[in-house]
Design a protein around this ligand. Structure first.
Ligand code: FES
Ligand code: FES
Length: 168
């Protein structure tokens, strides 16, 4: 088995490992680093549950070798909230009921983050197009699209909003 040494910044922390040259990025994240927020729905590039950011680009981490991430910056769902506050996308998914079972949600949020970094004010059609590689078997997608539009409208700080009707 040939191995390679990789060093990448994951959610702001430098992580280094010796990995099988054929090891997939999703398996490095989940099994070696314990970042199990990225899910494996298919392992064949169909569902998008494993989506994370490589740099600013949303990628399906079951389609990338861990070795290909060497020297790069990776963001997973665990890296999205800051200082105990939800990221605006996480808050919007909560407020707009953009999830049911939650299995697809980390991948949806990371795909949406990649989209919003490219295009901070997407149209509904652009959101639908941007998320077309991510499958959800529960929601029917409407509230997911609404959540991404809401997050794009509220921008930084939206994560600190209380949900409508919240008891304080
Ligand atoms: S697990 Fe990667 S696309 Fe489904
Ligand atoms: S919320 Fe269940 S798969 Fe999307």
């Amino acid at each position: 088995m040939s191995t390679v040494r990789i060093r990448a910044t994951v959610n702001g922390q430098v992580r280094e490992s010796e990995v099988d040259a054929r090891r997939l990025l999703i398996h490095w994240l989940r099994d070696d680093l314990g970042l199990t927020g990225s899910h494996v729905g298919c392992d064949t590039s169909n569902c998008g549950a494993c989506t994370c950011l490589l740099g600013d680009e949303a990628i399906k981490s079951c389609t990338v070798l861990a070795a290909q991430a060497d020297g790069l910056e990776i963001t997973t769902i665990e890296g999205m909230s800051q200082d105990g506050e939800l990221h605006p996308l996480q808050a919007a998914f909560r407020d707009e009921h953009g999830l049911q079972c939650g299995y697809c949600t980390p991948g949806m949020i990371m795909a949406a983050e990649g989209l919003l970094r490219r295009n901070p004010n997407p149209s509904e059609e652009e959101v639908r197009h941007g998320l077309e590689g991510n499958l959800c078997r529960c929601t029917g997608y409407q509230n997911i699209v609404k959540a991404v539009i809401t997050a794009s409208q509220h921008g930084p700080g939206a994560g600190t909003r209380e949900p409508e009707g919240a008891q304080v």
